[in-house]
Write a protein that binds this ligand. Structure first.
Ligand SMILES: Cc1ncc(COP(=O)(O)O)c(C=O)c1O
Length: 435
C-alpha cells in the first residue's frame, strides 16, 4: 500500500529551493546583447523584480523559500503525492515500477503555480502594480492570474492565438481570476503588428507572446513586472520543489530512480524534477537516466542547434545559449501549446550538450494515445504536454519488459487535461481514425 501513493508529511515540505548553477558540469554561457547593441540585458533587468535577477546569477546552492511562499505552497496542496501507476504497469505487463509526481492536482491544473507564486511575491515586494507575461496553452497564464490576484496585483497575458482559439475555457478561467487576456499576435504592440503584417493568420507562439509582454512592460516601466513561465534559471530553481519532494518520497519508500522523465518546452518541469538529482547523476551517470520528451513538431533538443539566440520572436530578450530552432521558426498549430517554443532553457541545454540529458521527439498523435491509455488505466486525464512524458515512460517500461529489468521510472505529471479535451477529440476521434 505504502508504495502506491507516497505522501510527504506537511512538516517535510522543503524549505529551500535548489540552485544548480554552482554544481553544473561546465560554466553556463552568459547571456549576451545582440550585435546591434540593443541593451536587452539591462532592459530585461529593469522590468523584473530584483530578487529574480539576483537568483539568475546566484552562487548560493540553496535559496530559502520566503515564509509567505511556503504558506501559499501549503494552501495549494503541496507537497503533492508521488503515485505509482499500478494499473498501467499491469496493462503493459512490465516488471518496471512507474511513478508519477502529481503536479496535476494543483488548483490551476499544473506545476506552473510553483514559480508564479514566487514571482508574484517578489513583484509585490518591489512595488509593481501588475504582472505581465505570455502563455502557450494557458496553464502558465492561469497560474500568473491567480498568483497576481492573491497579492492584490493585476495581470495581463498574451496568449498564443492558436491556443486562444483552441482552449477558450483556459482564457475564461484567467478572466475569472481577474486577468486581462489578449491573443498574440495582437494589434496592441509593434511586435504584434509586425507579426500580423508578415502573416495575417499568424498562429502565434510562446515566443510572440514574450515579445508582446516585454514590449508592453518596457513601455510602462515600474507598472508591470514581466514574469517568465520557463527557461530562466530562477524559474527552474523555483520548480526544484518538484524534484526535492520526489527525492524525499522515493527515500521514504526505500527506492532509487533509474529513469527520470519529463516533457520539455522551455524546460522548467524538466529542470524542476531532475536538477535535484544531479549529485546522483554525477556519481554514476549510467545508473540514472534523465530523459526529456519533446514534440516532434518543435524538435529543439533532437534537431535544433546549440547556439546563442533570443528567447522571443522579436529579439527583445538577451541572447542565451541553448538548443534552438531559430528565432524565425513558427511552430505548427499543434494542440500542445506548452511545447510550442523555438528555443529553451540554457540550463537544460547545457545538460543536453554535456551528454547528461537524453531526448526523444514524439508526435502529438502518439502522445495523445498514451494519455488516453493512462487515463483509462489510472482514471487521471493528463495535459497534452504531460502525455509526451507518459509516452516516454511507457516506452521505457516496455524496454524494461523486453530486457527483464526491474526499473524504477519516475515521470512528472505536469498538468491535467480538463481544458484540453477538444485536442483529444480532434486528434483521437477525427473522422476515419481507428481509436
Ligand atoms: C502542463 C504543462 N506541462 C509542461 C509544459 C512545458 O513547460 P516547461 O518545459 O517549462 O516545463 C507546459 C507549458 O505551458 C504545461 O502547461
Amino acid at each position: 500500500m505504502q508504495e502506491i501513493r507516497i505522501d510527504l508529511p506537511i512538516e517535510e515540505l522543503p524549505t529551500k529551493w535548489y540552485n544548480a548553477l554552482p554544481d553544473l558540469p561546465a560554466i553556463l554561457p552568459e547571456p549576451k546583447d545582440p550585435a546591434d547593441g540593443t541593451p536587452t540585458i539591462e532592459n530585461n533587468r529593469r522590468i523584473r523584480p530584483v530578487a529574480l535577477n539576483e537568483q539568475d546569477n546566484s552562487a548560493k546552492r540553496w535559496e530559502t523559500i520566503p515564509g509567505e511562499v511556503l504558506e501559499a505552497y501549503l494552501r495549494i496542496g503541496r507537497p503533492t503525492p508521488l503515485q505509482r501507476a499500478v494499473s498501467l504497469e499491469r496493462h503493459l505487463g512490465t516488471p518496471a515500477k512507474i511513478f508519477f509526481k502529481r503536479e496535476d492536482v494543483l488548483p490551476t491544473g499544473s506545476f506552473k503555480l510553483n514559480s508564479a507564486i514566487a514571482q508574484a511575491y517578489y513583484a509585490k515586494q518591489d512595488g509593481f502594480e501588475a504582472l505581465i507575461s505570455e502563455t502557450g496553452a494557458g496553464q502558465w497564464g492561469t497560474a500568473v492570474c491567480i498568483a497576481a490576484q492573491s497579492y492584490g496585483l493585476g495581470a495581463k497575458i498574451f496568449m498564443a492565438r492558436v491556443s486562444y482559439e483552441q482552449k477558450p475555457y483556459r482564457r475564461y478561467f484567467m478572466k475569472l481570476c481577474g486577468g486581462e487576456v489578449h491573443p498574440s499576435p495582437s494589434n496592441l504592440t509593434q511586435s504584434g503588428k509586425s507579426f500580423l503584417l508578415s502573416d495575417p493568420q499568424h498562429p502565434g507562439s510562446i515566443g510572440t507572446g514574450i515579445s508582446e509582454a516585454i514590449e508592453t512592460a518596457l513601455a510602462h516601466q515600474g507598472k508591470y513586472a514581466y514574469v517568465s513561465g520557463s527557461n530562466l534559471p530562477h524559474v527552474l530553481m523555483h520548480q526544484t520543489i518538484i524534484g526535492l519532494e520526489t527525492k524525499k518520497q522515493l527515500a521514504m519508500a526505500g527506492l532509487k530512480p533509474d529513469t527520470l522523465i519529463s516533457c520539455v518546452g522551455g524546460g522548467s518541469n524538466c529542470g524542476g524534477l531532475m536538477l535535484p538529482f544531479l549529485p546522483e547523476k554525477f556519481k554514476d551517470p549510467d545508473s540514472l537516466q534523465f530523459l526529456a520528451a519533446e514534440s516532434d513538431s518543435v524538435p529543439r533538443l533532437t534537431k535544433g542547434v546549440y547556439e546563442y539566440g533570443a528567447g522571443d520572436a522579436s529579439g527583445l530578450t538577451p541572447l542565451t545559449k541553448s538548443y534552438t530552432l531559430g528565432q524565425g521558426f513558427v511552430p505548427p498549430r499543434i494542440h500542445v501549446g506548452g511545447l510550442r517554443q523555438h528555443n529553451g532553457s540554457p540550463l537544460v541545454g547545457l545538460l543536453r550538450k554535456e551528454g547528461l540529458l537524453d531526448a526523444t521527439a514524439l508526435s502529438q498523435e502518439e502522445a495523445f494515445q498514451a494519455g488516453r491509455l493512462f487515463s483509462l488505466c489510472e482514471g487521471i486525464l493528463p495535459a497534452p504536454e504531460s502525455c509526451h512524458a507518459i509516452k516516454a515512460a511507457i516506452d521505457s517500461a516496455l524496454e524494461a519488459k523486453e530486457e527483464g529489468e526491474d526499473r524504477v521510472i519516475v515521470f512528472c505529471l505536469s498538468g491535467n487535461g480538463f481544458f484540453d479535451l477538444a485536442g483529444y477529440e480532434a486528434i483521437l476521434f477525427k473522422e476515419g481514425h481507428q481509436c
